[in-house]
Design a protein around this ligand. Structure first.
Ligand SMILES: NC(=O)C1=CN([C@@H]2O[C@H](COP(=O)(O)OP(=O)(O)OC[C@H]3O[C@@H](n4cnc5c(N)ncnc54)[C@H](O)[C@@H]3O)[C@@H](O)[C@H]2O)C=CC1
Ligand SMILES: O=C(O)[C@H]1O[C@H](OP(=O)(O)OP(=O)(O)OC[C@H]2O[C@@H](n3ccc(=O)[nH]c3=O)[C@H](O)[C@@H]2O)[C@H](O)[C@@H](O)[C@@H]1O
Length: 450
């Protein structure tokens, strides 16, 4: 199938590369000429495990990239919209979606033959049926359901695992305004044998995406609230509590091989310094705003956002418990990205923590396997030295703060073991054993007062 993808960010690029790998002929479109040049040169503009290899295998073959949207849409039977849908502080910002619909519509005015337009971006329920349909019809002078089809196909990939998630999805949701549009999506996903496929309306597809993200975000905030209570109680560790809760078969069914999913990060019941990224924060806020507009308060989701906003304060509290002032105190910060395996710093809990440390006049030594240059752009050099390796960052540190669950940080106890003066380890991700270091303070745990 000939496919054009409008918007070549995380989702557009990964989808394009993976669909090309599955045998479709794909053209990725973006207005950012630098990005397009890099992709055509076989260099991925984003850090994502496994992406470079797939990109290099397909570019110039099943895959090409261009800034020419009209040419790409003309040469394809299906166009996927994967542009950004940020939160503007009040509500979802649909300006990129509207522009893409207008531009595609203008091409459809001249194009003969049936064409299907599919929204992959995360958009509030009703957007595809109303805003996108209106934009396409106005610009093309044609009617949806007659000259062209319209669908909604949300994406569930996680950054860091994007290629693996796209290639092995848990489900594929295919929303459409009619059977013909859904059939076209079915053809696109035919190479994904054995995956559960849901055929539904565009509005339900949109709602499935928001509900999935809101549930996961709420589970994290729930775990964090319970963790904060454990910490207030003293002598109770949220990790033990969640293990006990999670062994309930309704939460972790026994797998065919007799094993269980181990409670932890992948189950979204892991307390820590909060969720970040380009999606959970903006999507939950957009759904709350949409509910409010419809006269439906979203009390629980409001709570999830509030817990998350204040969760990095737990790190600050733990530091304040141990140091009267942070002025000139040497603090090693392990992890800057919002999660491991990505260089993305959007809404990372490291942002408020580092800004507070800067304001306090701490001597900050930051390390992240890939997000160092993104962090330098964000924070500058005020009070911060950036390190390539954890070893140099933690040397002589008075405190070590763990903010991202990168696997390499598990070696921390081994690295500081030889030091005569032991630093305080503030574990914002609960990934270092409580007894593995001499001085430990973790989110969701406090020693019982003697
Ligand atoms: N990042 C993620 O992990 C996931 C994101 N999503 C959703 O997918 C959508 C896209 O997200 P990202 O890929 O992260 O965004 P992004 O911001 O990385 O990429 C969007 C791209 O679209 C381009 N663009 C915007 N308007 C354009 C136009 N008219 N013509 C050509 N190019 C245009 C921009 O230049 C940019 O490169 C959002 O709605 C997001 O919520 C869904 C699942 C996962
Ligand atoms: O719509 C999206 O963009 C995507 O949002 C999330 O994916 P992502 O933001 O890439 O990352 P996650 O691995 O889900 O982590 C999100 C945040 O939650 C935090 N987290 C995760 C799990 C946990 O138990 N505790 C916890 O604090 C992580 O540190 C991270 O900051 C969803 O997991 C994807 O399914 C979805 O497609």
């Amino acid at each position: 199938m000939n496919v054009s993808i409008i918007g070549t960010g995380y989702v557009g690029l990964v989808s394009g590369v993976c669909l090309a790998e599955k045998g479709h002929r794909v053209v990725c479109v973006d207005m950012d000429a630098d990005k397009i040049a890099r992709i055509n040169a076989g260099i991925s503009p984003i850090y994502e495990r496994g992406l470079d290899a797939l990109l290099q295998r397909n570019i110039g073959g099943n895959l090409r990239a261009t800034t020419d949207l009209a040419d790409a849409v003309h040469g394809s039977e299906l166009s996927i919209i994967a542009v950004g849908t940020p939160f503007d502080g009040e509500e979802i910002d649909l300006s990129q979606i509207k522009a893409a619909a207008r531009e595609i519509g203008a091409v459809l005015r001249e194009k003969s033959g049936y064409h299907v337009v599919v929204v992959k971006s995360t958009v509030v329920p009703g957007t595809t049926d109303e805003t996108v349909r209106r934009g396409l019809e106005a610009a093309s002078g044609k009617r949806a359901g007659e000259a062209f089809g319209l669908g909604m196909n949300p994406e569930f990939l996680r950054e860091g695992d994007a290629v693996a998630d796209f290639m092995n999805p848990d489900r594929i949701v295919m929303g459409g305004i009619d059977d013909r549009s859904i059939e076209c999506l079915d053809l696109l996903y035919r190479p994904f044998d054995g995956v559960d496929k849901i055929r539904t309306t565009c509005k339900t597809a949109e709602m499935i995406k928001y509900t999935a993200n809101s549930l996961l975000a709420t589970m994290i905030s729930f775990s964090n609230e319970i963790g904060n209570l454990c910490s207030a109680l003293g002598g109770v560790d949220v990790v033990d509590v969640m293990r006990g809760v999670h062994l309930d078969k309704r939460l972790s069914p026994i797998l065919p091989d007799g094993s269980r999913v181990v409670p932890g990060f992948t189950t979204y019941l892991e307390a820590g310094c909060g969720f970040g990224g380009s999606c959970f924060p903006k999507d939950v806020k957009a759904l709350i705003a949409h509910g409010r507009r419809l006269g439906q308060p979203m009390t629980l989701l409001d709570g999830a956002v509030t817990v998350n906003r204040t969760q990095p304060d737990q790190i600050i509290r733990l530091l304040k418990d141990h140091f009267r002032s942070l002025k000139d105190i040497r603090v090693a910060v392990l992890g800057l990205a919002f999660k491991p395996d990505t260089d993305d710093m959007r809404e990372s809990p490291a942002i408020p923590v580092i800004q507070w440390l800067q304001d306090e006049g701490a001597d900050i030594h930051a390390v992240d396997p890939v997000a160092g240059s993104a962090a330098r752009k964000l924070f500058g050099d005020r009070g911060i030295s950036y390190h390539e390796h954890m070893e140099t960052a933690v040397v002589e540190a008075d405190a070590v703060v763990v903010l991202t669950r990168w696997d390499v940080f598990r070696r921390l106890p081994e690295i500081i073991a030889e030091r005569t003066v032991q630093p305080l380890v503030v574990d914002g991700r609960r990934m270092i054993g409580r007894d593995a270091v001499a001085r430990y303070a973790g989110i969701g745990y406090r020693e019982m007062n003697p």
